[in-house]
Design a protein around this ligand. Sequence first.
Ligand code: MSP
Length: 471
Amino acid sequence: MKKKFFITTPIYYVNAKPHIGHAYTTIAADVLARFHKSRGDDVFLLVGTDEHGLNIQKKAEDAKKDPQVFVDEISQEFKNYWEKLDIKYDNFIRTTDEKHKAAVQKALQTLYDKKAIYKGEYEGFYCVACEQFKNEKDLVDGRCPDHDIVVEKTKEESYLLKMSADIQKKLIEKIKSDEFKIAPEKYKKEVLSFLESQELHDVSISRKNVSWGVALPFDPEHTTYVWADAFLNYLTGLGWEGDPNKLPSQWPADIQLIGKDILRVHATIWPIMLMHLGIELPKMLFVHGHILSHGRKMSKTLGNAISIDEMLEKFGVDGTRYLLMSAGTFGEDVDVTMERMIEKYNADLANGIGNLVSRVLKLAQNFQFSIFNFQSISNDKISNDIINFEFEKALEKIWKIVREDDKFVEENKPWELEKNDKAKFKEVMQKLISDLNLISELLAPFMPETSEKIKKALEEKKTGVLFPRIK
Ligand code: MSP
């Protein structure tokens, strides 16, 4: 039996088209999905868009568009970019899908019937870009620290989801025991210290003044709070219809990949909704750091984002995937600039691998070989790096082979051996070709197109320029 591997990305807001922050999470999820597929696992990669809520309602109004037309357009942009970036997802869920909305209503009705949801009042500081209530102590001069916008004090009638002390205790235990694993460790600690230092408030799960949302089945004057609606995508994306007793076979999620900005909600509201519904929690939340630009989180709201188009134009699909996955430690923040990326592209791709492949293939013109003679070698160290979300380490190890081979060519001078020492020439070429074959295999999850191109170049003994130099 194949081992199931269900992986999710956050579903992104459709208030603007995606930037490289969104691409970062999605490419990482695709790398993991491709890697697990290559090991024979039964993989399901779920991606999608989060399309309700006040922020999007306002953005559609600003654009003078009907909200459905507005979200249709931007959601399609996400799909287009994921196609351009070679993301092989198994489903793209949209929260405006009728089936998703019906399932959300069914699940909320269940929670209401169980008395986990009750009618009350909610007061707090609301950041419309986060679509979250903020604690007063987290604000900086009355502004949201992530989005630098003034938060509004809101008080309104609302339905609330109960956060009992008992549930909080159970959640803490599940996190501590890694039954609901939060990784890297520092994020687990952060969540535990938050959960252990205060009693959770009941969470508002509806909005009376937001029309763009899923109507509550038990009170159509309210719409569902966008996060409660959004979380359920992780189940509806598998075809779940809202019945806690009929779960899709891929559930629970093996890995939920998220940025650190949305950790707290994923580690509180989401598992608590599931616990109330009696549904098993995901196995793991893996939290990555932010892509920064000049020290601040790259974001649409701050307007400091590098566009995916800009990267694709300069670096191509695989160049973009490579530069994002090698930008730094995945769990930590990484600051990127176009200048540094151009430098790295030239060093590692144009001069590094591109140069090695063309050099070896030129030397191999008069050399008889078949790549089918080379065994495929799995590299456990690199596999472990990928399993541990250490993409930059895996890539560094692959590039170590590239650099060593370059040195090997310099030292052995195969162009001289070809004339003077046929036996040694053969030996040297066998090693180089076998390494290229290995490199192409190791690169496959990260740079699928390049991996294929190298394989093809070896088969046909010819190569074009893999990565043209950027001036
Ligand atoms: N819609 C919610 C998520 C709901 S999931 C049930 C949301 N959307 S978002 O459009 O704001 O996307 C946030 C996510 O996008 C982050 O958690 C991260 O995965 C990715 N990123 C957006 N900007 C990013 C960076 N600057 N750096 C890295 N990842 C970033 O929150």
